[in-house]
Design a protein around this ligand. Structure first.
Ligand code: VTB
Length: 327
């Protein structure tokens, strides 16, 4: 079984880190802003990664990247296992400097810079495979929906829990050929399907906000994105389950390398992120949850959300940055 229990002597995450975390995602988002709409995904990602890494290295933490840009031999920066920070509080870090490289390159909605910092050893070290996920917002009896239930049964269950008709339920699913059968089953149950092209961290989080109209997230997205979304849900509330999905033996071997022994395990929200966690996201392009980065005369404006699981506090932070900044 994957090691996800915190060592006994771990200190809870200091509350000051909630605000420090924002600087990290702001830096990545501002760097990505310059690349919005330029059609160059690689360049956009690179700019965000570099800026996020520099921001991490200004923090008084002893950070270890557990979910990052890839393995050491394939990612020059923010690779899995990389140490960041100036030294101090020990934290594990899950990050995606640009969740939605294509969205950014095409100037489409919902690109984010995201990261989560947690007590060491408490986040699933998810390999870069798919994860089958189901998520709903807060306020419902535990187990009301289940990853292993039929999609139609889950639609009926969330409808009952919300006191609405199945026809009033909206399920959010990634627009991929692999979801053809799932989408058909959801529609057969009477529900509506909102399709997204990318960005399922924001997609999962949409279930927690009544204003989005999304009642449930279903389907396969990236496993690292699953852990990041779980970190957010640990703070805001809500339910989520996930199971790794492998396409080949190479992916199974990667999972084993990161300590996953039960390849078929169904992870609960607390299995994905077990400890105290801080989650931060800054909008890159305008989206359902956050406004993107904008220019306002001599300033750049950002909108971020930062949350702590310890207290469940969710803060929205709108910031104005001078275009030439002191570090
Ligand atoms: C998602 C989504 C990402 O990858 O997890 C997805 O959040 C999963 O992979 O923004 P596929 O693209 O293969 O479906 C992204 O779309 C891109 O990294």
């Amino acid at each position: 079984m994957t090691q996800i229990k915190p060592p006994a002597q771990v200190k809870p995450l200091d509350r000051a880190f909630a605000l420090e975390a924002v600087r990290v995602t702001e830096a990545a988002a501002i760097a990505a802003y310059a690349e919005i709409g330029r059609g160059n995904e690689h360049q956009a990602d690179h700019a965000a990664v570099e800026a996020m890494r520099a921001a991490f290295n200004r923090l008084p933490i002893d950070g270890t990247v557990v979910i990052g840009e890839g393995e050491r031999d394939e990612a020059p920066m923010l690779f899995i296992g990389e140490k960041v920070g100036q030294g101090g509080l020990s934290v594990d870090i899950a990050l995606d400097p640009l969740e939605g490289t294509t969205l950014t390159a095409k100037a489409m909605a919902n690109a984010l810079a995201v990261m989560a910092m947690a007590e060491p050893g408490t986040m699933l070290n998810a390999p870069d495979t798919y994860m089958d996920k189901i998520a709903i917002g807060p306020g419902h009896k535990e187990g009301v929906v289940d990853l292993d239930a039929e999609p139609g049964d889950n639609i009926n269950a969330i409808a009952r829990a919300k006191g609405i008709k199945p026809g009033e339920v909206t399920a959010l699913v990634m627009d991929r050929p692999r979801h053809e059968a799932l989408i058909a089953k959801i529609r057969k149950a009477g529900a509506k399907v909102k399709l997204i092209t990318d960005g399922d961290v924001a997609g999962v989080i949409e279930t927690t906000d009544a204003a989005t109209g999304v009642d449930i997230y279903m389907g396969l997205g990236g496993a690292p994105e699953g852990v990041l979304a779980a970190a957010a849900l640990r703070c805001i509330g809500g339910q989520m389950q996930g199971r790794l999905v492998f396409r080949n033996d190479d992916e199974r071997a990667r999972a084993a390398k990161w300590g996953v022994t039960d390849l078929t395990r169904k992870y609960s929200l607390h299995d994905l992120v077990a400890g105290d966690v801080v989650f931060s996201a800054t909008g890159v392009t305008d989206g359902s949850m956050l406004r993107g980065v904008h220019r306002d005369g001599d300033f750049i404006t950002t909108e971020s959300v930062v949350m702590r699981s310890a207290t469940g506090t969710v803060r929205w932070i709108r910031a104005r940055h001078r275009r030439v900044q002191a570090s």
